[in-house]
Design a protein around this ligand. Structure first.
Ligand code: AMP
Ligand code: MG
Length: 317
């Protein structure tokens, strides 16, 4: 990947303005939140989101949390029922992430939700990230700002130790108060489900709900709507990989020199291919493609995460 010069910003007006400019230009900025440092990108800019995966070296696409300024901004991308609103009211701003149905036609890139119809949203409490969210006025996708497989960073120095030269900027806001990830609660079904323990305790959530919280392990066999947890989104047709050309009745997804009916990237650009992957899956479904062939994608950089998802799509279902 390209070597960047990572700006080391402090939390003064210049630092905050520069971080906003980086994000608005489709760059990556590591920001302090009350949980851990997040690696932020404009969630509505699919290429910017692809760069998160590239910088972290993540070998697979799993959905990312969207950070927004307030409930009003949250309601532009997610559908909140009474229980979700009750939890948002009680714990936002703070370390609670709510998974809710996505607003139809929302601007959030399909790479953020990995093609799912749900979206994970949080309103962080840290004053620096709040100021940035208010100023950029777009949701920010932000997983922890560390290379894949390493521990989550709670200081700017931790961020630089892992990502110096791989991101555009880090904004130093001191050490994170909570130090653990956000608690994740799914509000997709009839009752809320705890998907991950984190900064807000299950007991505190149960006190607000006045009921026991279902743990995700309790519901593995529960039916879920198509396109929702726990299944990964994949196109409905069968998928054949490493195809040089289309076979009988196949819809070909091209890459680079292999021109298809659709293409991941005609230039053979892996960042563009990652940014387009789930859009292409959705287009294949919209076209009613029953047999899908996909051109070879090199197993390097972002190609590893793309191939991981293509292999899952090709696996018997
Ligand atoms: P991280 O961004 O590293 O804190 O991890 C985000 C977590 O949120 C992962 O465990 C995801 O699986 C989960 N998550 C994000 N979006 C969704 C979604 N739409 N549905 C279910 N879980 C989600
Ligand atoms: Mg992480």
């Amino acid at each position: 990947m390209t070597q960047l010069i990572t700006q080391h910003l402090i939390d003064d007006a210049y630092g905050i303005e520069t971080a906003c400019a980086v994000l608005q230009a489709g760059g990556l900025a590591a920001l302090p939140t009350e949980t851990v440092y997040g690696l932020a990108a404009n969630a509505c800019d699919s290429v910017a989101v692809a760069k998160i995966y590239e910088a972290k070296g993540r070998p697979s696409f799993n959905p990312l949390i969207c950070h927004v300024f307030d409930v009003c901004a949250a309601c532009k991308i997610g559908v909140f029922d009474a229980v979700a609103l009750q939890l948002a009211d009680a714990f936002w701003p703070g370390p609670l992430t709510l998974v809710v149905p996505q607003v139809e036609g929302s601007d959030v890139a399909t790479l953020v939700t990995a093609g799912l119809q749900s979206v994970a949203i949080r309103v962080p409490a840290h004053p620096i990230v709040r100021e940035i969210l208010q100023s950029v006025a777009v949701p920010l996708a932000a997983p922890s700002a560390n290379p894949s497989g390493r521990v989550s960073p709670t200081t700017a120095a931790h961020v630089l130790a892992g990502l110096d030269g791989r991101i555009d900027a880090v904004l130093d806001g001191g050490s994170c108060a909570v130090g653990v990830e956000s608690t994740i609660v799914s509000c997709l079904g009839p009752t809320p489900v705890l998907l991950r323990e984190g900064g807000v305790t299950a007991e505190a959530i149960e006190a607000v709900l006045g009921a026991d919280l279902v743990r995700s392990t309790d519901v593995v066999d529960a039916p879920v709507a198509p396109g929702q947890l726990p299944s990964h989104y994949a196109p409905r047709g069968t998928v054949r990989l490493n195809a040089a050309k289309a076979g009988d009745g196949e819809t070909l997804v091209g890459f680079g020199s292999v021109a298809g009916d659709l293409t991941l990237s005609a230039k053979g650009d892996l960042t563009e291919a990652a940014a387009r992957l789930f859009d292409v899956f959705h287009q294949l479904d919209a076209m009613g493609a029953r047999k899908i062939a996909v051109a070879p994608v090199p197993e390097e950089g972002l190609g590893r995460a793309i191939n991981d998802r293509l292999r899952r799509a090709a696996a018997p279902r």
